[in-house]
Design a protein around this ligand. Structure first.
Ligand code: HEC
Length: 103
């Protein structure tokens, strides 16, 4: 197991990964998005816009709250499910959303 997959495995297991700077956060976030099937809804022709581009012009706090507390952030009628990500997982997810949003 190389360091990157170890890092991803630790994040999946719910550990706060120390020395997160050594992890490839973008890959970890991507793996998290795949594990949680975000793309079932977030895709071309889906009910929500693709994750690539979703972070554009939005603050980290907005993105984070949209994922953790969608009803409070996007509206009571939102179909975006609430996720319980740890701080470490959210950090990785934001890295991924930002990198996927770069042209
Ligand atoms: C069941 C479908 C569904 C799944 C699964 C889902 N989303 Fe969403 N998401 C939505 C919808 C629909 C919206 C748009 C708000 C609305 O119309 O309710 C949204 C909105 C968002 C937003 C806010 C975008 C904005 O600017 O309004 C973010 C960020 C987001 N989703 C990230 C994610 C991530 C990350 C995952 C996976 C961990 C995920 N979503 C999984 C349906 C989904």
């Amino acid at each position: 197991m190389n360091y990157r997959s170890l890092c991803i495995a630790l994040v999946f297991a719910g550990f706060a990964v120390p020395a997160a700077a050594d992890c490839d956060m973008t890959q970890t976030g991507k793996a998290l998005a795949e594990k949680n099937h975000c793309a079932i809804c977030h895709k071309d022709g889906g009910m929500a816009q693709p994750l690539a581009g979703i972070a554009e012009g939005k603050t980290d706090e907005f993105l984070k709250q949209s994922i953790l507390n969608p009803k409070q952030t996007l509206g009571a009628g939102t179909r975006m499910p609430a996720y319980k990500f740890s701080d470490e997982e959210m950090k990785a997810m934001l890295h991924y959303l930002r990198s996927a949003s770069r042209p």
